[in-house]
Write a protein that binds this ligand. Structure first.
Ligand code: PDD
Length: 285
């Protein structure tokens, strides 16, 4: 079956889903995206993703063409039309297609809204049991990483380097500290059992999974500290892991080929993953 996509008000076969070559997402990366997980046909942590979408578009002066309530309805309809049980909904909104390539915002142009789905069994992903390796790369991105912009070339290069090295993610380094993964948030568990992740700022994307995991850990009286950490500290930690909508919680067992802790998947990452999956199932809409 040809998957179904949503493009500017219509559900169409993905192979026929098209936007203009003048679309500002294509020409300038002038757009915002969101990725939400789908579990058992339901949207995971949807309110959090829609709140971040609203914030991101606000930060670039772009008005959503639909309310977030309507967007959620459309996402649900897209999941249903594709009979998707497990995977992700990708959503992108751009400043639309003007008559020519002018840098300033065009007037009277309707934003482009596109959505499609990808099937993936996130809960049973083999890498969650086996753990992944990460490589480190310099963080060469712009200064507003809190905005979920479609300008992802730095992450494309970082994740390509990771893939070429046989690693599952790239951790980006700035001023000697890890900012985040190419498409995920970075965490460690220190030797004295403190869960550490970098505080939200313009330096990182405020991860929805990060937010939920930090809250779920705190509710269980686990110690959480929000601060930046170095690669040396991560290598000397008990455990390391990443979080994202498309991976949930995934253990990191090596950094640049060197083992984290004992080099095995640790109990905290495993526990937080279970806690997150329970939360995701219980709150999905
Ligand atoms: N990436 N940091 C970056 C740079 C990201 O691109 C992502 C998500 C995250 C984690 O955020 P969340 O927990 O809300 O997914 C952190 C998505 C999944 C992607 O680009 O595919």
């Amino acid at each position: 079956m040809d998957p179904i996509a949503y493009v500017n008000g219509s559900f169409v076969p993905l192979s026929e889903a098209k936007v203009s070559v003048l679309d500002r997402g294509f020409l300038f990366a002038d757009g915002i995206y969101e990725v939400a997980a789908v579990l058992d046909g339901k949207l995971v942590d949807s309110a959090s993703h829609l709140a971040r979408l609203e914030r991101s578009v606000g930060e670039i002066g772009l008005a959503l063409p639909e309310t977030t309530a309507r967007i959620e309805e459309l996402q649900k309809e897209l999941v249903a039309r594709n009979q998707l049980d497990n995977g992700m909904v990708y959503l992108q909104v751009t400043r639309g297609a003007d008559k020519s390539r002018d840098f300033p915002f065009p007037k009277g142009v309707t934003p482009t809204l596109v959505m499609f789905v990808t099937a993936k069994d996130i809960v049973n992903a083999p890498s969650a049991k086996a753990g992944i390796g990460v490589i480190t790369v310099p963080d060469i991105r712009w200064e507003r990483r809190d905005i979920k912009s479609v300008a992802l070339l730095a992450q494309v290069l970082a994740k390509q380097a990771a893939a070429a090295a046989g690693a599952g993610e790239a951790w980006m380094i700035e001023d000697g500290k890890i900012t985040e993964g190419g498409s995920s948030t970075a965490f460690i568990l220190t030797q004295d059992d403190v869960i550490v992740t970098r505080p939200n700022s313009n330096a990182i994307l405020p991860g929805c999974t990060r937010k939920a995991v930090v809250a779920l850990a705190a509710e269980r009286q686990l110690r959480v500290e929000e601060r930046a950490f170095t690669v040396a500290e991560a290598l000397g930690a008990k455990e390391a892991f990443i979080t994202s909508a498309s991976a949930f919680v995934q253990p990191v067992i090596t950094i640049d080929g060197k083992p984290v802790g004992n080099g095995k998947v640790g109990p905290m990452a495993t526990r937080l993953r279970e806690i997150y999956v329970d939360f995701a199932r219980a709150t999905a809409v």
